[in-house]
Design a protein around this ligand. Structure first.
Ligand SMILES: [Ca+2]
Ligand SMILES: [Ca+2]
Ligand SMILES: [Ca+2]
Ligand SMILES: [Ca+2]
Ligand SMILES: [Zn+2]
Length: 682
């Protein structure tokens, strides 16, 4: 069966480039489509299987109600918007998606028969107003932190639509919001909107003051693409936004165009729907969704978001029409991004208490401070152990307390082992040598491989990304803790890897992370994905290296971590449903084995241009050992010149004065030498 797929992969990249010179795209959802290309492809395949006839719908006769929770990430300023501003946004979602008569949403479109309700009952049966306020530095939000918002405050996405309101997105990038799609990873589900593009009052600012940013992002969450997806495309039904009755649109519309017709391949050729919520026009100019969009939404809800609108769930969340809301006392709850730390490391706690508490009383037995009345205290622990945390909250109706026993585990950062360390998996024990496999989802993970032609010996470690469908999951090979402080030499991490993709449209990722604070924070020291990760041809069958030349080298300088005697390093596979990834010959030490490893990042070393008639450059050299030199000889072996490799990397070698013919360029260091042929041709 052919999978209909919007041409997002190329378009998303091009569109961003085009828009950057013209207008800032207010919606950051394209990044999700790129990041989760495999999940989107699966979503469309499942959709087409369930609804093979374009336009056919599983719409039931009754209106579907979706319970909503709004998480406000703020830092105590005006971005901590009022309950009324939140309610004004929910009102707009209902006006727009129900086409309520006499409202801004009563445009030239249809009623989608979906409505939204701020939850009155929380996931554990708590009385709630459906709003969670979190005083956190995450309010100043970077989109790569998207899963952290959810980790701090996220309600079961099969029961609630999680909406996040933040102070800023990507340092004032101009992005007003972004969303996930159906059938994606639960840890990213929901959408994010800037506080000043949320609701119709308070901090909401023109031209995004009528709540249509959320109406637009909600459209993505319900499975809709932009009306200008894939430009004019080739077909109004099966390309672009995959909705038959939305005419194709070449580029996004901004501002408030009266009318436009940017594509003429629609039959009949009609005007663009500049008033559609899924375009980029100003809030005041958006007022409609089509019947085709309604059908797609209804089908998506039927297929991927079935539980959320079931009657049992509307009852359980206080969203049925008979529910009479009552004033709620404060309900205690709190969170932290890390629960295992070293002695002395700061831990940021945040209150996620419900119903707008006016007072917070924290207890951190064993911590410094040991109590706090802040909403977001930072606490550290001087001694190793396991510590309880408690929070008492209060509002005008009443209060609540919560104690989490043993929430925080504190360890002494014991000095790790001194390098050298090496592991080629030849013992056939797995995981060997103090290596720990980190497999958070309990599914596909690193295993021993004895089938491939290995980088060395008979065994390696591999990840099967081919059958792995939990896209976005990370699986780590955590090396033992190392003492790099007392190592006394430049520490280098080296390993070999092999990989092939299963489609040019997506790729798994291999990243190397390092931590010096007992694993609280990891920094990325190396990463490869896509063509830079691939060492073999794209194939849909399991990739099995059949030659040692299928392997590439990673050489990573860890000098930045040489000030710590407890460095944790892990090699992490982030899956996107690609193909097999192998690692072998992991080595941490000060020496390279052979010049090729010493010089070679992971590229083949070449000279260019070749043939040459002037300056020649060397490509593919990531590391130049201080002692490395370059010699040039002619075909008779006569020495022409000799100079430090570092000079050659900086200035190249001028062969303009040499006679035509073949020359041998050698790179030499104490670890070996490598020769290249260069032809001079004037
Ligand atoms: Ca269309
Ligand atoms: Ca047209
Ligand atoms: Ca091996
Ligand atoms: Ca896993
Ligand atoms: Zn969008």
């Amino acid at each position: 069966m052919q999978v209909k797929l919007p041409f997002i992969f190329l378009c998303a990249a091009l569109c961003v480039a085009v828009e950057a010179t013209a207008q800032v795209p207010p919606c950051g959802t394209d990044a999700y489509l790129i990041r989760h290309a495999r999940a989107i492809e699966r979503m469309e395949a499942r959709y087409n299987e369930a609804f093979p006839v374009p336009g056919a719908t599983e719409r039931s006769s009754h209106v579907k109600t979706i319970p909503v929770v709004v998480h406000i990430f703020h830092q105590g300023g005006p971005e901590n918007i009022s309950d009324a501003q939140v309610q004004s946004q929910i009102q707009v979602l209902n006006e727009d998606y129900r086409k309520l008569p006499g409202t801004n949403g009563d445009g030239n479109g249809v009623d989608t028969e979906v409505q939204f309700c701020l939850a009155h009952i929380g996931p554990n049966g708590e009385c709630t107003n459906g709003i969670v306020r979190i005083n956190s530095p995450l309010a100043d939000h970077q989109s790569f932190q998207r899963t952290m918002l959810k980790q701090i405050s996220g309600w079961d996405n099969t029961r609630y639509l999680n909406i996040y309101v933040v102070q800023d997105i990507d340092n004032g990038s101009g992005v007003l919001g972004y969303s996930s799609y159906p059938d994606g990873p639960p840890e990213e589900d929901g959408f994010v909107v800037l506080h000043d593009a949320f609701g119709t009052m308070g901090t909401a600012q023109a031209p995004q003051h009528l709540g249509r940013t959320a109406s637009h992002e909600l459209g993505h969450w319900l499975g809709m693409y932009h009306t200008f997806q894939d430009g004019c495309g080739t077909d109004t039904c099966t390309t672009g936004d995959l909705v038959c009755d939305t005419p194709p649109v070449e580029d996004p519309h901004y501002g408030c165009p009266v009318s436009a017709n940017t594509c003429s391949n629609d039959v009949p050729d009609v005007n663009d729907l500049v008033d559609n919520y899924m375009d980029y026009t100003d809030d005041a100019c958006k007022s409609m969704l089509t019947a085709g969009q309604r059908d797609r939404i209804q089908n998506m809800l039927q297929l991927f978001r079935f539980d959320i609108w079931q009657t049992g769930n509307t009852l359980a969340t206080g969203c049925d029409s008979a529910y009479v809301p009552v004033p709620c006392a404060a309900v205690s709850n709190f969170a932290t991004l890390v629960q295992q730390v070293c002695t002395g490391n700061p831990v940021q706690f945040v209150s996620t208490a419900l119903n707008d508490p006016i007072a917070w009383q924290w207890y951190f037995p064993g911590g410094t401070p040991s109590t706090s009345t802040a909403e977001d205290p930072v606490v550290s622990y001087a001694l190793p152990g396991t510590y309880d945390v408690a929070l008492v909250v209060q509002n005008s109706i009443g209060g609540d307390s919560l104690m989490v026993p043993g929430m925080i585990t504190v360890q002494d950062p014991e000095p790790g082992q001194l390098p050298p360390f090496s592991e080629g998996f030849e013992s056939l024990l797995f995981p060997p040598n103090g290596i720990v496999v980190e497999n958070p989802d309990g599914e596909n993970t690193w295993v021993l491989d004895t089938v491939a032609v290995q980088a060395e010996g008979i065994a390696s470690a591999h990840m099967d990304n081919l059958t792995y469908t939990n896209y976005g999951q990370s699986d780590g090979l955590r090396l033992p803790t190392f003492d790099l402080l007392n190592f006394g030499a430049t520490p280098w991490l080296r390993f070999r890897w092999a990989y092939a993709r299963s489609s040019p449209n997506y790729s798994d990722q291999l990243v190397v992370l390092a931590s010096t604070d007992c694993g609280v924070n990891f920094t990325q020291v190396w990463a490869r994905t896509g063509a830079a990760l691939a060492t073999g041809p794209t194939q849909t069958t399991p990739y099995i290296p059949d030659s040692t030349t299928n392997w590439k080298n990673a050489n990573i300088n860890l000098t930045a971590y040489a000030n710590s005697d407890h460095v944790i390093i892990k090699l992490v596979n982030v899956t996107d449903g690609g193909n097999y990834l192998y690692v072998d010959r992991i080595n941490l030490g000060d020496q390279f084995v052979g010049i090729e490893d010493a010089l070679n990042g992971d590229e083949t070393i070449t000279a260019y241009p070749n043939p040459a008639n002037g300056i020649v450059w060397l490509r593919g050299i990531a590391n130049a050992p201080a002692d490395a030199r370059v010699d040039l000889r002619d075909a008779t072996g006569r020495g022409i010149l000799s100079m430090p490799l570092q000079n050659v990397l900086k200035n190249g070698i001028d062969l303009g004065a040499q006679a035509d013919g073949p020359y041998v360029l050698s790179i030499r260091s104490r670890t070996g030498s490598k020769s290249l042929m260069i032809a001079v041709q004037h």
